[in-house]
Design a binder for this molecule. Structure first.
Ligand code: FPP
Ligand code: MG
Length: 322
């Protein structure tokens, strides 16, 4: 995994430089908000994926960084809006933008970053890439809408859950990979395999994220732990926990979740039961199924240093604990 760490270390300053530079076109009202969320850190997973897939699949004369950064701008826009919708306090270890700058500036900053991202992608003049990003945005919004529509839904099941995480997380990760491939001018067939790689990686990433929500210290995570159940989000660890209960126990718990009447002690008890039953690990095991699919696609890419790094990326998603 050291080679991937070295790669991140080499690429991060370049990515951060371009992020900062491109932000300068924004009105200071929204630019400061963007800087607050973007310069607070973040894994830069999406831009790194664009860079790696592009270099792995061909050589492009284009400067890849604005394209890579557009995916990070999009991701940040969704986080700003998501934190407003979730009424969240902390993001990347910092107070959320709407609390620091107020809701109006935060909403507008999300809109501005969304527009900036689209503008950067359009500059490459590849219509299929514009479509890919627009589609990913629509799928992301749809995933978020479906998640909100299913908050505290007692009939929530694994199929609906998977549909939601494909939308709210995996499509943007898929687009990050597909954009890297498209800017390198790959064939339709290669693009299909890159997209499948990105989609499976994205689903695995969110599965691990949802496992971590039940298993990791707030400090490591940069946001409070046990958030999902408090927000009424029925993610896979909770779905598995509900499945493990007797019919009667399940009924009682589902009623409390639906009525939003769990107190803090009951919430903590559920979190520790999920940890004790190792359900977070079970969710990680499920993530491995998707990582294996991603690996199958990856192995069809040309052998290269970048392919090795993408392989390490799969390992990183599998083992990450923050
Ligand atoms: C984080 O999920 C949120 C997302 C992955 C997507 C949010 C999408 C939107 C708000 C709609 C689209 C917005 C734009 C600007 C296109 P989470 O709440 O489970 O994770 P968290 O614990 O990190 O908040
Ligand atoms: Mg959230």
């Amino acid at each position: 995994m050291n080679k991937l760490k070295d790669f991140f270390q080499t690429e991060l300053p370049k990515i951060n430089f371009v992020l900062k530079k491109e932000l300068q076109v924004l009105n200071p009202m929204v630019r400061e908000v963007g800087e607050h969320v973007l310069l607070a850190g973040g894994k830069r997973l999406r831009p790194v994926l664009t860079i790696l897939t592009s270099r792995c699949l061909g050589k492009t004369k284009e400067d890849i960084y604005p394209l890579a950064c557009s995916l990070e701008f999009l991701h940040s826009a969704t986080l700003i809006h998501d934190d407003i919708l979730d009424n969240a306090d902390l993001r990347r270890g910092r107070e959320c933008t709407h609390l620091v700058f107020g809701i109006k500036r935060a909403v507008l900053a999300g809109d501005a970053l969304l527009a900036l991202a689209n503008m950067l992608v359009a500059k490459y003049d590849i219509p299929a890439m514009n479509y890919c990003v627009a589609e990913a945005i629509l799928k992301t919004v749809t995933g978020e809408v479906e998640e909100i529509d299913n908050l505290r839904n007692p009939f929530m099941d694994e199929a609906v859950y998977l549909e939601i995480i494909r939308g709210k997380t995996a499509f943007l990760i898929q687009a990050a990979c597909a954009c890297g491939a498209m800017v390198s001018g790959v064939s339709r067939d290669v693009l299909k395999r890159v997209s499948s790689f990105g989609m499976n990686l994205g689903v695995a990433f969110q599965l691990v994220d949802d496992a971590l929500d039940y298993a990791v210290d707030a400090e490591l995570l940069g946001k409070p732990h046990g958030n999902d159940i408090r927000e009424g989000k029925i993610t896979l660890p909770l779905i598995l926990f509900l499945k493990s209960l007797s019919k009667q126990e399940r009924q009682v718990l589902l009623e409390k979740i639906s009525a939003n009447s769990l107190d803090e002690k009951q919430t903590q008890d559920i979190i520790s039961s999920i940890q004790k039953a190792g359900l977070d690990q079970k969710v990680r095991n499920e993530a491995q199924v998707y990582l294996k699919e991603a690996m199958d696609s990856l192995l069809t890419f040309p052998v290269s240093r970048e392919r090795d790094l993408l392989e390490e990326m799969l390992e990183m998603v599998k083992t990450r604990n923050f």
